[in-house]
Design a protein around this ligand. Sequence first.
Ligand code: NAP
Length: 558
Amino acid sequence: DIDTDRLRRLMSFAIGEPIDSAYVPLMREELSVTGDDLRAPRWRADDLAPGRPFRVAVVGAGMSGILAAHRLAQAGVEFVIFEKNDDVGGTWLENTYPGCRVDVSNHVYSYSFAQRNDWPDYFSPQPELLDYFRACADEFGLREHIRFGHEVTAMTWSDDDHHWVVEVSGPDGSARQEFDAVISAVGQLNRPAMPAIRGMDDFVGPAFHSARWDHDVDLADAHVVVIGAGASAVQFVPHVAEQATHLTVLQRTPNWFVPVPTYHEPVADGLQWLFRHVPGYAQWYRFWLFWRSSEGLLPACAVDDDWDDLSRSTGVRNAELRGLLEQWLALCYADRPDLLEKVLPTYPPASKRIVLDNGSWPNTLKRPDGPLDGEALDRNESDAVVTRDADGRETRHRADVIIYATGFQASQFLTPMKVVGTGGRDLHEVWDGDARAYLGVVHPGFPNFFLSYGPNTNIVVNGSIIYFSECEVNYALGVIEMLLRNEWTSVDCRQEVHDAYNERIDAGNLKMAWGVSTVNSWYKADSGRVAQNWPFSLLEYWQQTRTPDPADFVVERM
Ligand code: NAP
């Protein structure tokens, strides 16, 4: 083992700057220099509560579900995973559109305890990631615990018996099973959002959402209209452009882009050699990437108190970032000032997710058939999509195929499942379209119920969502440990703890670009409140989720 001071000095050397000692224990876990899984539970259910039957339902076998199940297995807790699909992988199973790849460096977008030193690309394409999660599920021995093709439809807490009744719909019909606790790992970006378009069903050709790609539809020689220009569209449109006779991209709001020349590149041979031959090199590389992205651009997203005009930037650093990103767009569209006007965002950077780009998106938009239309969507016709400009002038875009790249119902957490807690309270009625939770994981009135990737656990410009899931699952396992150790039957988050936490989160988000900007984004619930994002540092989330405080809960004993 390496002592803390030595490790801190090594870390400082690796990143070329001093490292705050508060980060060292977090980074020790992420780095895992000895190859040990430092976040593994250090307890076993049999030791804490010998003979006590205790079963957990995990909903979903994507990135978070695999993680939660693995931790439960390590702690010797009995569990079942319900997965609506026929395989593991979640988002990486469902999104099969051409060009789909991760937008976080892959050496960081992987579990801290299942690091790989042989990623072929800096940013892996979807099949590579799906293979990774499949391999993890196999290696951790999870498949035998997964009920594939089984969708959880409802979960109801029994006030009398202190367990959850989980209703599942599968190939043989519906069934109910009882569990002592539930971990929901259903993700946020899962249920496609379809726009409400006049005459939507009048269109007679094939039409599909990017997350439900129809590979049977031949795009060659077709007039293709893509509705939406977010992260998904940016990835698949250049591929569609290679096949289609004519392409139209309907963009309601332009994105900010950050240039990443290696976005589609294989890892350089020299680096691969180092990963293969120098022991620990890949771990230190991951550490270096993690550090660079850990708080990343966060300070450049902050709102300066004395900043007058928040419509274009939110402070000095945000304005500097804006200047840099504007320069990139100006460079990309130097030969097309007409296009630059259409693609230059007016809103402050980081109000929406900044999209990675290696130049393929501008190159596609510069095609001679002029694919970009920034006017408002008006209606579908049998063979066209019609847009209308501010003066009422219509443009008819011939369409043989329509692809909806219109995102997900991200703020509709846990839908369409019905979740009923103490006193028969329905979670969606409690939320009323504005989901909240304590630490994004627990909610008052819903004992022994844990969320992964719940409200306010998304990050905009820093870190990787896998890191967040590891923190969330660590917290959930910590609460389960308390339950077993203390012979409690239920733990229910205190309302005042939840409320005070959410006040702080809301205030924090209002100090960030995504909180003050009025631009459309999937970060906000219908109420306009930011229901998705964590506004503080990665360090702080780790500190808060490391060890649950029993005082935060109302508990019931056996
Ligand atoms: P998105 O970012 O929400 O983009 C949806 C697009 O559809 C936007 O351009 C939106 O316009 C447009 N749109 C929605 N409703 C519309 C309507 N009624 N009329 C016209 N346009 C409409 O969805 P996404 O591209 O699927 O990405 C969602 C998130 O998934 C990303 O932010 C990212 O976190 C994740 N993602 C990641 C990757 C990756 O890792 N590389 C890839 C894909 C997705 P407005 O902007 O005006 O709302």
